[in-house]
Design a protein around this ligand. Structure first.
Ligand SMILES: [Mg+2]
Length: 268
C-alpha cells in the first residue's frame, strides 16, 4: 500500500466518468462520542459539493448510519439527495445503513420474522448497554448497533460487545459487523460493497474510475470489489486493508478532495 500520490490525482482528474464515494465517520469526520454532534472536517463537504457539480462526476457518501443520522451530520437534505441522477448534476447521493437505505429508494419492507428478530436484538442490546452509562444503542431501520466508545469501564464494554455478538451469532438471519467501538447486527444482508457494485453495473454512462475512501472493516467490502488498475481504494488511518492507497486522517482526505476538485475543474 502506498500514500496517495499526485499521479493518482491527475489520473482521477482526467477520466471521463468518475465516481467519488466516501465513508463518513473516521473518513470525512473525526470520531465523536455524540453521534449527532459530529461534522466533516472544514472544507471536506464543500469539496464534495464542488465535485458533484463538475461534468462526469458522481459523488456519493455511503455510511453505516441510517439516512436520518447521515443527513444530520452531512447537512445534506435527504429529499434533494434522492434526486441525484447523473454525474455533474450537483447533487450528492446519500446511502445509509451500509447500502440498505439509499436516499432515492424506499427502504426494503421487512418480513415478520425480520421485524421480530430486530426487536429481540434491540432488547438484548439495551440490556447490555445498561451495564455502563457510556454505552448506547442505535436503532436503525434494519439493524441495531451497540456503541461502546463512551464506556467508562473498557472491560465491561468489551464483555458487553462480545455477549451481544455471541447472542446475534445464534440468531438465524442476523448479520454481525464488528466495527470501531460498535457491534452492529443487521437483519438484512446489505453491504457497502454490494451497493457500490450494483451502482457500477447500472450506471449509464459507465463509470471509468471509482475513488473510494474508508477507515473501517465494513469499508473493506468496497475495497474488495474495486477494479484493479482502474479504481482507487484509500484506507484512512492505520490497519490492514485491501486498499492500494493510504491517507492518515480526515484532514488528509479533505486535502485530497480539494486537490481533485481543483484538478478536475481545470481539465480541458
Ligand atoms: Mg467510517
Amino acid at each position: 500500500m502506498t500514500v496517495l500520490s499526485a499521479a493518482d490525482v491527475s489520473y482521477l482528474a482526467e477520466v471521463p466518468e468518475l465516481l467519488v464515494a466516501m465513508d463518513f465517520d473516521g473518513t470525512l469526520s473525526p470520531f465523536s462520542v455524540d453521534p449527532y454532534n459530529c461534522r466533516a472536517v472544514p472544507g471536506a463537504m464543500d469539496a464534495l459539493h464542488t465535485l458533484a457539480g463538475l461534468p462526469g462526476t458522481s459523488v456519493m457518501v455511503i455510511s453505516g448510519r441510517n439516512i436520518e443520522l447521515l443527513s444530520a451530520v452531512t447537512e445534506l437534505d435527504a429529499s434533494r439527495s434522492a434526486q441525484a441522477a447523473r454525474g455533474g448534476d450537483g447533487i450528492i447521493r446519500m446511502v445509509g445503513s451500509h447500502g440498505a437505505e439509499p436516499a432515492d429508494k424506499p427502504l426494503v419492507k421487512l418480513s415478520d420474522p425480520q421485524r421480530e428478530l430486530l426487536s429481540q436484538l434491540a432488547l438484548f442490546a439495551e440490556q447490555q448497554a445498561q451495564r455502563d452509562p457510556g454505552m448506547w444503542v442505535e436503532r436503525k431501520p434494519v439493524a441495531v448497533g451497540l456503541h461502546t466508545r463512551g464506556a467508562k469501564d473498557r472491560s465491561v464494554a468489551v464483555t458487553a460487545a462480545q455477549e451481544y455478538q455471541d447472542f446475534a451469532l445464534d440468531c438465524e438471519g442476523a448479520k454481525v459487523t464488528v466495527g470501531k467501538d460498535i457491534v452492529e447486527v443487521s437483519v438484512v444482508s446489505a453491504t457497502k460493497g454490494g451497493y457500490v457494485s450494483e451502482f457500477l453495473a447500472q450506471a449509464t454512462p459507465a463509470i471509468d474510475a471509482v475513488v473510494f475512501a474508508g477507515d473501517d472493516t465494513t469499508d473493506e467490502t468496497v475495497m474488495n470489489i474495486l477494479r484493479p488498475g482502474q479504481d482507487i481504494g484509500i484506507k484512512v488511518g492505520e490497519g490492514e486493508s485491501a486498499a492500494t492507497r493510504r491517507l492518515p486522517d480526515p484532514e488528509a482526505v479533505r486535502d485530497f478532495l480539494q486537490q481533485l476538485a481543483q484538478a478536475r475543474a481545470a481539465r480541458g
